[in-house]
Design a binder for this molecule. Structure first.
Ligand code: HSE
Length: 315
């Protein structure tokens, strides 16, 4: 990151206020474990202001209200603090008001969205004082999230391929074919990403690795050019079956949807399901099928792909 010499950053930042908007995301997309992610048009929005007094004031409306902490341990505040620390600027007092719609604990990138909101808010508040490159924003967010597959699409929008290098995480953004019509099915219960990750084996058979390499490569072609290949391209042997016992309802409904020809996968670490339908009519068929066979309540969210990623504007 590059800084501009400012005699007293705290007086420069006084009164600054930004509005941040961050999309939900679905990671893995079947075979692309810890690598592929898609930004979806459902958003958390926040107003963040530099306060006159030290400390933080946090208000949360919508999803998470009454559940998430309202002090320095709030994930957005921790993320802002992380970016300020890296920039070498003392953290000012902050007032933060969040309006959240991304469900928590359902595999739709809510923690990644909170982290990205913080990093992007810091970028906005430090405008003209410290400049962050795209790689630096991704690095800051990945440091807090642990893996880049949700934070990359939350930051940049569209379909993202994210990978880790000795110099930090990197990403490539791709524009999804306009036929692709994502459907998210959200159950009432939550799933812990930490638990899901603990179910992954240390090593996998070579043939399973080859299987996923082929499907991940095919998935990129299917998503940007050939949606008719989405069913085969969403096959996976690296993570979903290891985790299936921890989310039996998800596993059952995915089997039902796939047996009817729908490209259904676990969204992120679950328990939501992502169906990558090739057109809106297939999406409607998948909703009808899910309603007919599901044994528990699922909320159907037909969501567009978000092509913009996180935005920050002076407010
Ligand atoms: N790739 C991650 C996982 C996404 O499946 O564990 C959830 O954070």
């Amino acid at each position: 990151m590059t800084g501009t010499l400012v005699a007293d950053p705290s007086s420069t930042l006084a009164g600054r206020r930004v509005h941040v908007k961050v999309p939900a995301t679905s990671a893995n997309l079947g075979p692309g474990f810890d690598t592929l992610g898609l930004a979806l048009a459902q958003y958390d929005e926040l107003d963040v202001a530099v306060a006159d007094t030290p400390g933080v004031h946090v208000e949360v409306h919508g999803v998470g209200a009454g559940e998430v902490p309202l002090d320095e341990s709030h994930l957005v505040v921790r993320s802002i603090a992380h970016a300020f620390a890296r920039a070498g600027v003392p953290l000012p007092g902050l007032s933060l008001v969040a309006h959240n719609t991304i469900p928590h604990g359902r595999g739709l990138g809510s923690s990644g969205a909170a982290i990205v909101a913080g990093v992007v808010a810091a970028k906005g508040l430090l405008d003209g004082v410290v400049e962050f490159t795209s790689d630096e924003l991704l690095e800051l967010a990945t440091e807090l999230e642990g893996h880049p597959d949700n934070v990359a699409p939350a930051l940049f929008g569209g379909l993202t391929i994210a990978w880790v290098t000795p110099d930090g995480p990197r990403h490539k953004k791709l524009i999804v074919h306009r036929g692709v019509s994502p459907l998210v099915l959200v159950p009432e219960h939550e799933m812990s990403t930490a638990l899901a990750r603990s179910l992954q084996p240390e090593s996998v058979p070579h043939e399973d690795a080859v299987f996923n390499v082929s499907r991940s490569a095919l998935l990129i072609a299917a998503l940007i050019q050939s949606p008719e290949l989405l069913f085969q391209a969403t096959e996976d042997k690296l993570h979903q079956h290891y985790r299936a016992g921890a989310m039996p309802e998800t596993d059952r409904l995915i089997r039902e949807l796939r047996s009817a020809g729908h490209p259904a996968v676990v969204s992120g670490a679950g328990p939501s399901i992502l169906v990558l339908a090739s057109d809106p009519s297939e999406r409607a068929d998948a909703i009808a099928r899910a309603e007919a066979v599901a044994d528990t309540a699922w909320q159907a969210l037909p969501l567009a792909v978000d092509f913009l990623g996180a935005t920050v504007q002076p407010a």
